[in-house]
Design a binder for this molecule. Structure first.
Ligand code: PEP
Length: 261
């Protein structure tokens, strides 16, 4: 079972899905179904597109919902001539809690590098946002037997020059690229082994105390039908969920992971 010192988080990454009206409908459905016991056990986080964030904030505030929200990306820059970018201070003003950084789709389609991921982690921290850093290997790297080495090097690069007092608060999402949106899920043991390796890496870079605090999620084709066995692993503190989080009923079942088969 997950570590009692770390509150599990279930994070729904909507990617480029759902406009602001659909976001409002989704949240109303969640608000109707979620009860205090759900929020007490598990932090519920959604990552809508930027254009939905104001509407999400308004519904959450109006109904005093305990749902938190994050942005799917953040600019490394503070302000200025960066057309299309969204800064950390803009997100903070909308009371965004998390910034998802280094998702494999951004690394693959937007040429994000370990260096830009590190700059974005620092931009998030500078603006009091919690970085949720995505790492993980492609199929080629896995088949070559280099998954652990590759993933840990992504972790180390993302945290370069980040001070230890921030590291305990952040979230690392282990997302094997071959499992994202494919229906192929890592075995619970594989999710555990990589999460433990990430935690040990954080302990080596910082301290055991920091490593015990950092929350490590698994992401990649998580559904209600497979979430429980993943969540039962001691170093897995939650899940980052794409496709299955678009259906509020399915996301609700995932949030209620102890009740699942
Ligand atoms: C993701 O986008 O981070 C993800 C894990 O997607 P999916 O759950 O659809 O595999």
């Amino acid at each position: 079972m997950t570590n009692e010192k770390r509150q599990p988080v279930m994070a729904g990454n909507w990617k480029m899905n759902m406009n602001h009206l659909e976001a409002i409908g989704y949240l109303n459905k969640m608000a109707f179904s979620l009860i205090d016991a759900d929020y007490a056990r598990t932090e519920v986080a959604i990552f809508p597109p930027f254009t939905d964030i104001r509407s999400v904030q308004t519904v959450i505030d109006a109904d005093h919902l305990s749902i938190v929200y994050g942005a799917q990306d953040i600019s490394a820059h503070d302000s200025g001539a960066y057309t299309g970018e969204i800064s950390g201070s803009m997100l903070k003003k909308l009371r965004v809690k998390y910034a998802l950084i280094g998702h494999s789709e951004r690394r693959a389609y937007h040429h994000e590098t370990d260096e830009s991921v590190n700059a974005k982690v620092k931009a998030a921290i500078k603006n009091d946002l919690v970085p949720m850093i995505a790492v993980g290997e492609t199929l080629d790297i896995k088949q070559a037997g280099n998954a652990v080495e590759h993933t840990l090097s992504q972790v180390q690069a993302a945290l370069k020059d980040v001070r230890s007092n921030y590291v305990g608060e952040l979230v690392i999402a282990y997302e094997p690229v071959w499992a994202i949106g494919t229906g192929e899920v890592a075995t619970p043991q594989d999710a555990q082994d990589m999460s433990m390796a990430i935690r040990q890496k954080v302990a080596k870079l910082y301290s055991q105390d920091v490593a015990e605090k950092v929350r490590i999620l698994y992401g990649g084709s998580v559904k209600a039908g497979n979430v429980k066995s993943i969540m039962e692993q001691p170093d897995v503190d939650g899940a980052l969920i794409g496709g299955a989080a678009l259906d509020p009923d399915e996301f609700l079942r995932i949030i209620r992971w102890p009740d699942q088969p």
